[in-house]
Write a new protein. Structure first.
Length: 134
């Protein structure tokens, strides 16, 4: 479990709804195209580091340590904006991504994962409904 010690501003910490491990989901998005790049996990300290350094910092659940995106790969993320969703349990971190965001070398972590799905669309207004609306 991540450290309980953090310098995150109390007014921000109070808005977070963490999971049982003290983490919130962080969706990482390319700031200028809206492309979803990856998903990571942040605790209060990772969020504090992200907000104060301008670099995306995450908590690794497998390594049980903090990591800065691109620190070893060179595929850095430069933070442009951070938002908290209405429920307080998900962060949206808009970044300028250098190189691949995925550890596989793909541009995004979602490039190789297209699943077959029915394509939905709003129902067309039936002609009889148009008549009733006049």
């Amino acid at each position: 479990m991540p450290s309980a010690e953090t310098a995150l501003a109390p007014e921000i910490a109070a808005r977070l709804k963490r999971d049982d491990h003290g983490l919130v989901t962080a969706v990482i998005q390319q700031y200028d195209t809206g492309e979803v790049l990856m998903v990571g996990w942040m605790d209060d300290e990772a969020l504090h580091r992200t907000l104060t350094t301008g670099r995306s910092t995450f908590w690794s659940r497998s390594r049980r340590s903090y990591w800065v995106k691109g620190e070893t790969s060179g595929n850095r993320q430069w933070v442009k904006e951070v938002r908290l969703d209405c429920d307080g349990d998900t962060l949206l971190v808009q970044v300028d991504q250098e190189g691949a965001a995925c550890h596989t070398g793909d541009r995004t972590c979602f490039d190789a994962g297209l699943l077959p799905a029915a394509i939905g669309a709003p129902e067309d207004a039936a002609p009889e409904n148009e008549e009733a609306g006049r």
